[in-house]
Design a protein around this ligand. Structure first.
Ligand SMILES: NC(=O)c1ccc[n+]([C@@H]2O[C@H](COP(=O)([O-])OP(=O)(O)OC[C@H]3O[C@@H](n4cnc5c(N)ncnc54)[C@H](O)[C@@H]3O)[C@@H](O)[C@H]2O)c1
Length: 361
């Protein structure tokens, strides 16, 4: 079968490599270019997936004539430059989350997408878990009546948190991880905007390792119509905590129904004296594990099972067919970023923060 869509992968780390391996197995596309500031990494991945171009030149990769679309999987604070380079080359982009670390960079990307008229998508991977798609369908049909509020919270061990902070010390668990669950609530409550945020945080583990992030943050989000949702994150649990990824729980209460999604995978348990390997943190294993709790999915029998595989293929399908899917675009991702930045600001200042933020100059 002819491979139709040519992809460039920018950032050949864990997520870029995972997406590249998934895309290389998908008959609808092929990997044409791989770029990474670490040339050895670009070459190793490029050779493994049959890329024509490998190197550290992002501009050359995105403007390669065989490249039709671009996946950006560089660290959180480095998204703006490769995203705008790809848009300027008129290539649709899917960039990993969070969009940016500040509103100025996010606005610059959104403006570039509008100016070039090119789709700019952000990888809110958790939307690709089947239960949230089904929930969205039902909520859209009015199954809950008017949503009055709810709660969402996510826990994880400190092992992945230290990986995140190592590559991007200025990011926080709120901006990096709670963002997926703020996005999920806002997606389920589409049409209703967060207008006010109040939060409190506390911490010791991450601070004693030299980072400024709180270990635990709890927020109350108030929506336009008065709906109230609590959103919390605790991302510094002990290294041997059995979750192998995000451990979330989401509940929405409406006038005519309730949605309760317990996604901790406590019911899929394995214990091994040999340890169960972590799919994201190198050389890390836990003796007791919630199987299937890896947020992006699990490689098993040569296939990636999970939301990152479905999302990567969905982006390819979207570019090939133009059929809108559930991957959010720049405006939605920027609103979600603003909510997480407001949570951090409120936790820091102990003051209520109003949204939306003013448009940056
Ligand atoms: N969708 C998901 O479920 C998911 C899960 C984890 C991480 N992420 C996101 O994916 C992105 C990458 O995370 P990761 O775990 O793969 O990180 P990583 O550190 O494993 O890989 C990042 C790669 O980018 C390269 N790089 C750094 N700056 C670059 C630049 N300016 N240009 C080109 N290459 C550059 C690094 O050399 C490295 O190879 C982050 O934005 C992160 O938040 C998404």
């Amino acid at each position: 079968m002819e491979k139709k869509l040519g992809l460039a992968i920018i950032g050949a780390g864990r997520i870029g490599s995972t997406r590249a391996r998934v895309a290389a197995q998908y008959p609808a596309c092929r990997i044409v270019a791989v770029a990474d500031i670490n040339v050895d990494r670009a070459v190793e991945l490029g050779n493994a997936v049959g890329a024509e171009f490998t190197g550290d030149d992002v501009g050359k990769a995105v403007s390669h004539p065989g490249v039709d679309a671009v996946l950006v999987a560089t660290p959180e604070h480095t998204h703006t430059q490769p995203v705008i380079a790809a848009l300027a080359a008129h290539k649709p982009v899917m960039c990993d989350t969070p969009m940016a670390l500040n509103v100025r960079d996010a606005a610059a990307m959104e403006r570039a997408a509008n100016a070039y008229g090119v789709p700019l998508c952000f990888a809110y991977t958790q939307r690709f878990q089947r239960q949230y798609q089904v929930a969205k369908d039902n909520v859209q049909r009015g199954a809950l009546g008017r949503i009055l509020g709810g709660t969402v919270r996510v826990y994880n061990s400190r092992a992945p948190t230290f990986q995140i902070l190592k590559r991007c010390p200025q990011v926080t668990p709120v901006v990096d991880i709670l963002t997926y669950w703020v996005d999920m609530v806002c997606w389920l409550m589409e049409g209703n905007r967060v207008v006010e945020v109040f939060a409190r945080g506390n911490g010791e583990v991450l601070r004693s390792a030299g980072y400024s992030a709180d270990d635990i943050v709890w927020a109350i989000l108030t929506f336009t119509d008065g709906a109230v949702v609590s959103a919390g994150i605790a991302y510094a649990l002990p290294e041997q905590y059995p979750s192998l990824g995000q451990s979330p729980r989401l509940e929405l209460i409406g006038t005519q129904g309730a949605l309760l999604l317990d996604d901790e995978r406590k019911n899929h348990f394995m214990y091994s004296e040999h340890g169960v390997m972590h799919g994201y943190v190198p050389n890390h294993s836990v003796k007791a594990a919630f199987l299937g709790s890896s947020s992006f999915g699990d490689w098993a029998q040569g296939t990636l099972w999970g939301p990152l595989a479905d999302e990567t293929r969905a982006f390819v399908d979207f570019v090939l067919t133009g059929r809108p899917g559930t991957i959010p675009q720049a405006q939605e991702a920027r609103r979600t970023l603003e909510i997480t930045l407001a949570i951090e600001e409120s936790a820091r200042t102990c003051k209520v923060v109003k949204l939306p933020f003013p448009e940056p100059a």
